[in-house]
Design a protein around this ligand. Structure first.
Ligand code: ATP
Ligand code: ZN
Length: 213
């Protein structure tokens, strides 16, 4: 009944522009306006939904969207690693542990019994378990970097790209917990028609990546 494939991308944020550029570089044309929640391509059976990035893995898992573009950090945190079909090479960042600049830190074992603020309790919890460290994780959704200075935590785990935000908050990066980049994700029960459209899209995306190198 639905011959179009639905792709969810971030409405406004760090993934948005590169996601739109990738679709355009795949030769797909569409009209986009900043206040619309969806748009249809004019020369490919594709519908684009604009959503908050955090909602995208769940919508693709449930089939509300067939495809999505998100950071691996959000995908893994949501608990759906199996949805990944293609790495896209943009929005590279890392999830790191940081401590106050003056703190005495010799290794991840120093975090035993400490309070750590993060928006990524799932990824951090797995990392600490792998290191054999038990800590109290405090999940906060934003402004994680200020937690130590207001006495909310001894350390933080957050997204880092340049390190300047950490520096500005008197923090020092001490461990890389996870490396992330944008990925294409897909529902695992696509119809044969949609699977064929996904294959065409992946083929074009791979060509775009090769041409960029
Ligand atoms: P939303 O309002 O959609 O929930 P958000 O504030 O959660 O947006 P953004 O800050 O726009 O998210 O980041 C989106 C994704 O981009 C992150 O999940 C991560 O994968 C990647 N990212 C985050 N920070 C950086 C950065 N400094 N450099 C490169 N990529 C980043
Ligand atoms: Zn988000």
């Amino acid at each position: 009944m639905n011959h179009m494939i639905r792709l969810a991308i971030q409405k406004s944020g760090r993934l948005s522009e590169d996601s739109l550029n990738l679709i355009r570089e795949c030769g797909i044309s569409f009209l986009s306006s900043t206040y619309k929640l969806k748009t249809e391509a004019t020369n490919f059976p594709l519908e684009i939904l604009f959503l908050r990035d955090d909602d995208i893995p769940g919508y693709v898992q449930d089939g509300v969207a067939d495809l999505g573009i998100v950071g691996q950090n959000v995908l893994i945190e949501a608990g759906y690693p199996a949805l990944e079909v293609e790495t896209l090479g943009f929005s590279k960042c890392r999830l790191s542990l940081a401590v106050p600049r003056g703190a005495n830190y010799t290794g991840v074992g120093d975090l035993e019994g400490k309070n750590i603020a993060t928006s990524y309790p799932e990824i951090l919890g797995r990392y600490l378990a792998g290191e054999g460290v038990k800590a109290q994780l405090h999940t906060i959704s934003g402004s994680v970097e200020i937690a130590p200075s207001i006495g909310l935590a001894d350390a933080i785990c957050d997204i880092v790209s340049s390190g300047s935000t950490l520096l500005g908050n008197g923090l020092r990066e001490v461990e890389t917990v996870f490396r992330s980049e944008a990925v294409l994700i897909a529902n695992q029960n696509l119809s044969a028609e949609k699977q064929e459209l996904l294959d065409q899209l992946r083929f074009r995306m791979q060509a775009v990546r090769r041409a960029r190198r």
